[in-house]
Design a protein around this ligand. Sequence first.
Ligand SMILES: Cc1cc2nc3c(=O)[nH]c(=O)nc-3n(C[C@H](O)[C@H](O)[C@H](O)COP(=O)(O)OP(=O)(O)OC[C@H]3O[C@@H](n4cnc5c(N)ncnc54)[C@H](O)[C@@H]3O)c2cc1C
Length: 437
Amino acid sequence: MATTRPRIVIVGGGFAGAYCAQRLNRILRRRDVEVVLIDRHNYFVFYPLLVEAGTGSLEPRHAVVPIREFLDRGEFVMSEVTDVDVRRRRVIHTLKGSDRREEMSYDHLVLACGSVTRMPDIPGLRERGFQLKSLADAVALRDRAILMLEMANATKDRTMQEALLRCVVVGGSFTGVEVAGEFDELIRRAVRRYPHVAPDACGMTLVEMGDRVLPPLGADLSDFALRHLRRRGIDVRLKTTVREVGEDFVTLDTGTRLPTRTVIWCAGIEPDPLVRRLDVPTDERGYIRCARDGRVEGFDDLWAIGDAAVNRDAGGHAYPATAQHAVQLGTAVADNVDRALRGAATRPCDLKTRGSLAAIGCRTGVARIFGFKLAGFPAWFLWRTVYLLKMPRLSRRVRVALDWTINLFFSPDYVQLGMAEARKRRSDGGARASGGP
Ligand SMILES: Cc1cc2nc3c(=O)[nH]c(=O)nc-3n(C[C@H](O)[C@H](O)[C@H](O)COP(=O)(O)OP(=O)(O)OC[C@H]3O[C@@H](n4cnc5c(N)ncnc54)[C@H](O)[C@@H]3O)c2cc1C
């Protein structure tokens, strides 16, 4: 890709990077500037709908946005970025399907590589804990729930059934509450198809270290959500955390040991591991430190946006790691890169926080939007409407709306998609090929 034109490279095509690339492609359309977006996937996950993809309310493919369709124009490269040489202005990457190391030069680089689930050093957590941070995670969780139902149906031992059908979700913020509420509903609906399983053998425990769930929504909506979850039989344990995750149990810091085969960790994120390999300034938690215009501190040609960075408002407060802020940062930084190319002064990225919404199961939601508070069915309906409208492209919106409509009239399919089996077969094959067992 030798070129004399200025080249802007964006690493990460999630909410922040894809919107940044889209904006740059539009504003630089008539100028001789090359925009290249690099991501390890050729889609980005529309995270607000990921829990629904896991519970089967939505076809998993419909919870992602194909990058090539989203961009219309501009260059996209499906590749794993392994390093950045910030002195020589080179991105080092490995094309998917190849193991050859490639280098790409840049004039401006936007780092938008997002975050991963932060798994602390709790014995057994990394080996046995589930998470929800990718499409594969959503499918794996659903497969797990169905496997547990099939196993419970095959045993008459009530204690064993309870252990198989208890799920422990850790983290009482948006993802944890949505996962607990929606997966509980999935299992309770599915159990009707399993004649040997006692419906009251199913159990969901939500463990939260703080003294409330969904703290950003304020005390009254948080209380509403807590009451709703508990009324449905979800065992919410506040001021509690996990000490150990075993094959068939979890131990809480209170000393209580709960029999379970499924622990889902939804308690916190950290920057993508790529950030640790880069020679850029980071804060004490490892997030890239940025000036108000989105530039990485100390650099003229390096920008960072979204979950991997810490971007601050005029008062010095970090914007929360959410899709709504990532999208606004993507477009604001695209405008600043354009200004920098023209030699004009850049502007601070001032973002608007429009509100927060959560779907907490059984067509119930909680929402705080433009200062208004809403709870129950209207909030759930608003949640679906907002995210349907936010989903890019009419064709994808229609697909999502059709999935939801079909689910109103027909019961979901309780079938595994075989994610874990396919992975195991490949790794077994790999082990055999390399002389393993
Ligand atoms: C389950 C869940 C539900 C959520 N719900 C909401 C919600 O309802 N509302 C809301 O506002 N926010 C929500 N969020 C948060 C929101 O999704 C994130 O804040 C947002 O995605 C951040 O955007 P980003 O572009 O920084 O990162 P991402 O969207 O994660 O994108 C990062 C991209 O970088 C790519 N990448 C990373 N490293 C490399 C590499 N080395 N090489 C190549 N590519 C790489 C990844 O493949 C990915 O596509 C949710 C998050 C989760 C996990």
